[in-house]
Design a protein around this ligand. Structure first.
Ligand code: NOJ
Length: 506
């Protein structure tokens, strides 16, 4: 059977689809579920094990869909529940699992509970405290009769009151609703949120945005012990369904030890490892993060996750300073033990779009604190014709992206698309690549060299001069052209099969 393994998530390559920007089947300028369905062959050919769909639920899109008005329906802009069912059926038929986003910390202000004035389901107070919104400004908005409600994100995203039993019951039911429709897992949004410290104490004086002050201390609205009770309620639900249903936490907490508390046989299966995404492009930084992540994985008995890009951070081609570095970082990531999360468009080497006109930016964070995540959310270029396969897309696609389109890269053996395909093909051929341990090999300070399952060596050169790999063997894959003498140029990574070892041994 195609989807037989319950532990699939441990070494899976999961492709994040941002539905609004992925592919537009009905030509209204907004991507949709049918568009995803139409591209399943592309995703199967890419070689991913699963897709994670960012929210497609009924929503005013005040925060790109992370403001959910109906957790059990599809926004008409994205399609219908029938489209969703057809997508899951087709994906499963092609051996691709489907993970959906769950947004439990807050709802949309258009949610029927908020609209009906059910204030006990939210956090209303007569006086606000000093908490700040992640998107900037106070986390409280006053309503007509003088009360204030809490919103850790935009005012259109009131925080739910997780002390209320009906909020808890509702989310248990939402889990079952999607599990019954066949989803393989959930990405839990703001998994460190939901429970707030009793009495909502002030944070007190701090410099800069509070939530970035996590450091060694905690803020009273994140990573509270009580949140673990929720996951202990959810896990038996996931476990009661066949086929390895999982949950991955989006949790920004102060230390790997705190993150580890979210993972385990009675809580969630894994958590995003954002430290890898935040590491500088330098062998030393990558090594430090990898060592820390592996130690943490050991602590919880579950392999870690690796992420280089997502819909909240500048794409790694821009963040790391160019495509060569992005390709090199990707080859490193795809050879590490654990699961890897790819963000739609990174397989085309897309950069962030830095010059979007302000009036077109839609990220609520832009309006409140001048920072915008729109640059990594520009629609995916499919065709090499002007417009890249989109008619009047919700964010404009740069004209030069025709050259980066999937069509333009299809037959170019050196394209980023074909690099990703080749890496994922090799990863499948070496089942041990996603698991097992790694051994550090001696290398200069700006070179990272690791041996994966016996015989497969990964070398990344983040220095300024070419380096000769200290390993005899066949280069299976390189992120860019090597020197004539086989040296690895700066900003390049290679996978080498040691002479005398076989690619299929594990
Ligand atoms: C994290 C999501 O990834 C982000 O896009 C969203 O704005 C916040 N959570 C609020 O839901």
């Amino acid at each position: 059977m195609l989807l037989g393994n319950d532990d699939w998530w441990r070494d899976a390559v999961v492709y994040q689809v941002y539905p609004r920007s992925f592919a537009d089947a009905d030509g209204d300028g907004t991507g949709d579920l049918q568009g995803v369905r139409d591209r399943l062959d592309y995703l199967a050919r890419l070689g991913v094990d699963a897709i994670w769909l960012s929210p497609f639920y009924t929503s005013p899109l005040a925060d790109g869909g992370y403001d959910v008005a109906d957790h059990r329906d599809v926004d008409p802009r994205f399609g219908t529940l029938a489209d969703f069912d057809a997508l899951v059926a087709d994906a499963h038929g092609k051996g691709i699992r489907v993970v959906v986003d769950l947004v439990p910390n807050h709802s949309s202000d258009q949610h029927p509970w908020f609209q009906a004035g059910l204030r006990d389901r939210y956090v209303f107070r007569d006086q606000p405290n000093d908490w700040e919104s992640i998107f900037g400004g106070p986390a409280w908005t006053q309503v007509e009769d003088g009360q204030w409600y809490l919103h850790l994100f935009a005012p259109e995203q009131p925080d739910l009151n997780w002390d209320h039993p009906e909020v808890r019951a509702e989310f248990r039911d939402i889990l079952r609703f999607w599990l019954d429709r066949g989803v393989d897992g959930f990405r839990v949004d703001v998994a460190h949120g939901m429970v707030k410290a009793a009495g909502l104490p002030d944070v007190g004086a701090k410099d800069g945005p509070q939530a970035e002050m996590l450091g060694d201390e905690q803020v009273p609205y994140f990573d509270q012990d009580g949140v673990h009770d929720i996951y202990r309620e959810w896990r038996p639900i996931l476990d009661s369904y066949p086929g390895g249903r999982m949950a991955v936490a989006e949790a920004w907490v102060s230390s790997p030890e705190r993150l580890a508390r979210y993972i385990g046989p009675d809580e969630l299966h894994q958590a995003f490892n954002f430290e890898f995404m935040m590491a500088d492009f330098h062998a030393k930084s990558f090594r430090a993060v990898i060592e820390k992540s592996l130690a943490e994985a050991e602590l919880v008995g579950a392999p870690t996750t690796w992420v280089l890009s997502n819909h909240d951070k500048p794409r790694h081609a821009t963040r790391h300073g160019g495509l060569a570095r992005a390709r090199a970082a990707t080859l490193l990531m795809l050879a590490l033990p654990g699961s890897a999360y790819l963000y739609n468009g990174e397989e085309l080497g897309l950069p962030d779009v830095l010059d979007l006109p302000d009036e077109l930016r839609q990220d609520p964070a832009f309006l409140r604190r001048g920072e915008s995540r729109d640059g990594c959310r520009v629609p995916i270029p499919w065709t090499a014709e002007p417009g890249c396969g989109w008619v009047d897309p919700w964010l404009p696609i740069p004209a030069e992206w025709t050259a980066l389109s999937a069509a333009a890269q299809e037959d170019d053996p050196d394209s980023t698309l074909n690099l990703y395909r080749a890496a994922l093909r090799l990863r499948r051929r070496h089942p041990a690549l996603g698991g097992g341990t790694l051994t550090w090999l001696d290398s200069p300070e700006d070179v990272l060299a690791v041996e994966r399952h016996p015989g497969l060596v990964v070398v990344l050169n983040t220095g300024e001069r070419p380096v000769r790999p200290d390993v005899a063997g066949e280069v299976l894959l390189a992120s860019g052209p090597l020197e004539a003498d086989g040296s690895i140029p700066p900003d390049t990574a290679v996978w080498i099969q040691r002479s005398g070892s076989s690619p299929d041994e594990s």
